[in-house]
Ligand binder design. Structure first.
Ligand code: ZN
Ligand code: ZN
Length: 333
């Protein structure tokens, strides 16, 4: 093979100073020339070693879209030149109970794209072909990039719990939340966007949300008591969850995709009396990712992005860190 060079990056390091060669690809692997890569909050946590599992120099990036330039001799179904996407997960064991039931995202021996290996903030990325997904032609590559993590994160629980005609609430209208509003609308749900300030109101309504609740006005949420079949929380702060549990109909479900490290303080009374459920959801398995890409293409669901040149990676990270990004940041190579 040719000697391709990575460009390594770490927001704390000087971009372009770190060059590394890709030595070889295995028979089941592919080499991808990266065209676009979204920036997710997990990239920031990893770059800052918040979770204590970062190896330096760190190459983040797990919302990758690019073209296959080399392919291992055992790879089937995809070929050189195909546009593919890569997300948070890049390998699983394929033989455990979770893998065999299409829950390979929950495989205990899975590999994450930016943990202990190099991600997509690089000119080239090498991955196991089973976690490279063909991007449908109807999806623009720069808009497909955020789907590989943010998109599957919200699509997976919505596809499981949200049904046409249901009253759904989306909590937090950022990178994940805005995609959740678009996706739930495409599924035919009646969607309420919930944010802690009115500044997201016009944006949420422009995405197609039917209603808006400002959660800082305690009364507004209290008035929504018993309203929702399903609530999806995309926020990473620990808020007054009891108010949200009260806003569920009996048998309703509150699902978390945003992660807070704080302990949740909830009363179990409302759960018991209304037979309500609290659940979590983490990305999605291979089958779900392929289904999600197809759904987004068929229903013309388009994330709203803010495009940065790769040389502006530090600027994009600073904006993410300071909460100044209005939309999902995508880097262009
Ligand atoms: Zn992510
Ligand atoms: Zn497994």
């Amino acid at each position: 093979m040719n000697n391709y060079s990575y460009i390594l990056d770490n927001p704390s390091l000087d971009f372009k100073k770190n060059i590394k060669k890709i030595e070889k690809i295995l028979s089941n692997e592919i080499l991808v020339k990266v065209d676009y890569c979204g920036i997710c909050h997990s990239d920031l946590h990893m770059a800052l070693n918040d979770w204590g599992m970062t190896t330096f120099p760190f190459v983040g990036g797990h919302e990758v879209v690019g073209k296959i330039v080399e392919i291992g001799d055992q790879v089937k179904d995809i070929k050189t030149g195909d546009v593919i996407g890569i997300g948070w997960q890049s390998k699983s064991c394929n033989s455990c109970e979770m893998c065999e039931s299409d829950h390979d995202n929950l495989c205990s021996s899975s590999t994450q794209t930016i943990v202990g290996r190099d991600g997509g903030f690089a000119n080239y990325i090498k991955v196991d072909s089973s976690y490279a997904f063909k991007i449908p032609e109807a999806l623009k590559p720069e808009l497909a990039a955020p789907l590989m993590c943010a998109g599957i994160t919200v699509y997976s629980p919505l596809s499981k719990y949200a049904k046409k005609g249901m009253n759904i609430a989306i909590v937090g209208i950022g990178g994940l939340g805005h995609l959740a509003v678009l996706t739930a609308k495409a599924m035919g749900c009646n969607v309420t966007a919930i944010s802690h300030s009115d500044s997201k109101k016009d944006f949420a309504l422009s995405l197609g949300a039917d209603n808006f609740i400002n959660s800082s006005n305690g009364d507004d949420l209290a008035q929504a008591i018993g309203s929702f079949d399903f609530i999806l929380s995309t926020v990473s702060s620990n808020i007054d969850w009891t108010a949200y549990i009260n806003a569920l109909k009996p048998l309703g479900c509150l699902c978390f995709v945003g992660i807070s490290t704080e302990t949740m303080n909830i009363s179990n009374l409302q759960l018991v009396m209304g037979e309500k459920k609290l659940v979590g959801s983490a990305i999605g398995g291979k089958k779900k990712i392929a289904e999600m890409l197809n759904f987004m293409a068929t229903n013309n669901v388009k994330p709203i992005i803010e495009l940065f040149d790769i040389t502006e990676i530090k600027k994009a990270f600073k904006k993410l860190e300071n909460n100044e990004l209005r939309f999902r940041a995508v880097l262009k190579f």
